[in-house]
Design a protein around this ligand. Structure first.
Ligand code: 3PG
Length: 213
């Protein structure tokens, strides 16, 4: 778990990807590598999610591949079987989290309220997805919950763009941000991998700038 969190923290940004055709994962992997961000959260929002995870893991073993929008334990099982190194969920599901912990699968469950955060603390989790970040109060909420939940770190996702990334990453309780702005479903299906590479590179440059690199 700690190793994956370290890698995610180092990258600062997780591209949230919905992919319709698993074969496109190969060129997506090339674009991520070329853009300098070897990481993808492949969401279970399309039927191709599991095969896209498998394809990307096989074609680019150096990329950190996670599964997103994991809603059930069965999706988590399918994702891990396909090669996912970590699981991200939009909401907090104690049973799903238990399954991941039991199998030593790193899990970043979604939380939106103090009640959710408490449930995660009871599972001894320290890094949580804050979703939907912008709609749930964004920076203001993250600052407010840093008081009672000082030891918890977040991966805000939902409404993050290049325009507000710096505000989020500057918060001490934010380790990285997730976002779909880097890789759009339509860009993948229409083969706009150069655009994806450019968006990824821009994000990497901004993260480096924020972190004084
Ligand atoms: C997610 O699945 O994590 C979010 O829907 C991504 O949110 P975004 O599309 O606003 O980046």
């Amino acid at each position: 778990m700690d190793k994956i969190i370290e890698k995610i923290t180092a990258m600062g940004v997780i591209p949230v990807v919905a992919i319709e055709n698993a074969a496109d994962a190969v060129r997506l992997g090339d674009a991520l590598i070329e853009g300098g961000l070897p990481c993808a959260e492949i969401t279970f929002r399309t039927a191709a999610a599991a095969s896209a995870i498998r394809t990307l893991c096989n074609s680019h073993p150096g990329i950190l591949v996670g599964a997103g929008t994991v809603l059930t334990k069965s999706d988590a099982e399918i994702a891990v079987d396909a090669g996912a190194s970590f699981v991200v969920t939009p909401g907090f599901d104690g049973g799903l989290v238990d399954w991941c912990l039991d199998k030593s699968v790193p899990v970043i469950p979604g939380v939106m309220t103090p009640t959710d955060i408490n449930a995660a603390i009871n599972k001894k989790l320290k890094v949580l997805k804050f979703f939907p970040a912008e709609a749930a109060g964004g920076i203001k909420t993250l600052k407010a919950i840093s008081g009672p939940y000082g030891s918890i770190k977040f991966v805000p996702t939902g409404g993050i763009t290049l325009g507000n990334l710096e505000d989020y990453l500057s918060l001490p309780n934010v380790v990285a941000c997730g976002g779909s702005w880097l890789v759009k479903k339509d860009q993948i299906s229409s083969g706009e991998f150069d655009t994806i590479e450019t968006l990824v590179r821009e994000a990497v440059q901004l993260v480096d700038h924020i972190r004084g690199k």
